[in-house]
Design a protein around this ligand. Structure first.
Ligand code: APR
Length: 231
């Protein structure tokens, strides 16, 4: 089966009611990214950082996958679908996608601050100051903050290097190294961009822009590939 690689971002989950970051009304308009999502912010005020992610987690627990997430699962009947997501939510998994790689971590997990190999599922929505790993150190959200390395990027680049089709959904392509993954798409492979707004990538004849929201955009993609959209 041909490999179809999806790079998804916050816009993928927008129709599930989760806010994006850089649009008007986005999260980075309301919060100072360095205070809530950087190692420096964590050093200064752990409670504030935990509160920010607790709110996000609480909302996520109330959210459900949208039509876009669900249709990507249907694409698995026709393609070897590999999803690389910048999202820290688990909506691709809950929709039923079998191959999901999280570039920026997972908000429903916590991680030890002394041993990054110690990762735990968070029960419920709250992670608190004083919640410790088995080695006695404070737990932090299992997410990648600004200024931190992206451990999954090499695996992601490898996946993109084997793409037969590359689809970018709901990311402004402002954050690296994730945005640089497009440079690993093999020559001649078609690239689709699904986003209702303009995205920061250089124009190229192989790029087809589907200027729609994720839900209707994935439908359009299925029509393009002559895949049944009902059921
Ligand atoms: N369907 C598809 N795309 C949408 C929708 C929708 N319903 N609504 C908005 N979008 C698009 C916006 O037009 C924008 O291009 O989603 C994109 C969201 O961009 P950002 O807010 O920059 O989010 P993202 O690209 O995922 O951010 C990358 O930045 O702050 C960090 O770690 C965080 O993973 C995140 C990373």
């Amino acid at each position: 089966m041909k490999r179809l690689v999806v790079l998804s971002g916050a816009g993928m989950s927008a129709e599930s009611g989760l806010r994006t970051f850089r649009e008007m009304g986005g999260l980075w308009e309301e919060y100072d990214v360095y205070k809530v999502a950087s190692p420096g912010g964590w050093q200064r005020d752990r409670a504030l950082v935990l509160k920010f992610y607790n709110e996000r987690r609480k909302q996520l627990l109330e959210a459900v996958p949208n039509q876009g997430h669900r249709d990507l699962v249907k694409l698995e009947r026709s393609f070897d679908v590999r999803i690389i997501t910048q999202n820290v939510d688990d909506l691709h998994e809950r929709a039923g996608s079998s191959n999901v790689l999280h570039l920026h971590g997972e908000i429903r997990k916590s991680r030890s601050t002394v041993d990054p190999a110690l990762v735990y599922d968070i029960e419920g929505w709250e992670l608190k100051v004083g919640d410790l790993c088995e080695k006695g150190s404070q737990l932090r959200p299992h997410v990648v903050w600004f200024g931190e390395a992206v451990p999954a990027i090499e695996e992601a680049a490898e996946i993109v290097s084997g793409a037969g089709i590359f689809v970018v959904i709901g990311t402004s392509m402002n954050v690296y190294p994730a945005a640089g993954l497009i440079n690993y798409v093999p020559p001649g492979v078609p690239v689709y961009i699904i986003d209702p707004n303009e995205v920061a990538i250089p124009e190229s004849s192989r790029i087809k822009v589907i200027r729609m929201k994720a839900g209707e955009g994935v439908r359009e993609l299925m029509r393009e590939f002559n895949i049944k959209t009902r059921t």
